[in-house]
Design a protein around this ligand. Sequence first.
Ligand code: SF4
Ligand code: SF4
Length: 478
Amino acid sequence: MSVPSMRARRGGRAKDDSRRFFVRQHCSASRRSATKRCKKCRVESVAALRHIRDIGRSPAHRRCGILGGGQRPARRACNDARAVNHAERELKGGRMQYRAMGSTGMEVSALGMGTMRLPLREGGQGYTSSRGADVERSVELIRHAIDSGITYFDTAFNYLHGESEKIIGKALQDGYRERALIATKSPIWMIEGEDDFDRLLRKQLDRLQTDYIDVYLLHSVMEKDWRNRVLPHRVVESLLAAKEAGLVKHIGFSFHDRMDLFREVIDYADWDVCQLQLNYLDRGFQGGLEAARLAADKGIGVMVMEPLRGGHLVNVPADVRETFRTADPDRSPVEWAFDFLWDLPEVSLVLSGMGSPEEVDIDCAYADRARAGMLSPEEHAVFDAVERQFAAYPTIPCTGCNYCAGCPQGVTIPYNLQTYNQYVLSGDIERAKWEYATTIPLNGATAGACIGCGECEERCPQKIPVGEWMPKIDELFA
Ligand code: SF4
Ligand code: SF4
């Protein structure tokens, strides 16, 4: 597939850079063998930033000479990336972009921070939260995000077993509360009577150490909970009463189901906001673009979750990467994914689960230029091309949300699905077998332990037939 190069169109940035920077040999092991260093402030430029970010988020990281395999060199490089971002934004006069949240009167940063995957105690991130969050690092991370211009922080009752809300509560002390909007969600699957909504909300206010929540959403609305819990237990009416009482400022719902249910839900109440799964591969999934347009037409603020589809759009297959590179050698797959969403006038905010200060800096640098209508028709054609290429890789659409946690057999479901997906994308079965035999058992049971009870499937927002996949995965890798 041949896509016309957009470099010339975006060449203003490259020309400016070339006047400011000189080329310095820096990373011999990577494809981009030369990075650039600023004559004035002595930190590396945009090209270096992108290089470090790309390798920092991919397995190629380990192969790169600048980073080495150990933690300390990696950390040094990441510190470089942080300096690069600040310098880049400073030099370009960049700043966070803010958008209206529908007709609520609220203005929010174009980039919001998701807090489902905060840094874990051992320093890594993963699907399971059994290790517990590293509170100190998480608090620092949230405050760093606020200092970088992010105003919107998304959490939920069940994120990190409640630790996420507590950490946000802690991070927003010392004057930070006034600078941030808190969005959290009511766990509708836990509501069994009319009093439950208020009880859970009180607990959340307590965890968050606040008198009010800026945005309160019904969490993960799906047909079953909508019919069996929300409607019979008058949950929306309780939500409206909480707004009336000033305990929540704006109300909405996050959604994971068909478009016809979306229409029913959106017509049920006078919502302020909604949160949808959207990315360039999910334009038609669970309402997708159609739902975003319908909500925006009604003045409802649209927040986007899963912009990178749980990481699928980060480490993209080689041919997809090549299509993006041909279109614009200076733009990474992650940037393309964000740009797709920020281009949409219907979108108020894109949520990203940033796990380190470096990722905050990098995503903020991207958000500096987030503009509705920022993409050309040629750039839109790139998304159509990569969507066709992705079709050749039949991965399982698991986002790693871990809502399926609690398998009676102890199966760590997302780890098993992710191993399969990596195999589909790379074709490396030996690597997958090794992961299956050594890494997955460190976190729980492998797919072979599944008895197909289907408990997890009821909780999966992506409606993945986990019980069918597990025997297939076991047969492939055991
Ligand atoms: S279907 Fe399999 S993986 Fe899912 S809960 Fe049951 S045993 Fe666990
Ligand atoms: S299987 Fe479903 S619920 Fe479990 S992590 Fe994947 S997307 Fe989330």
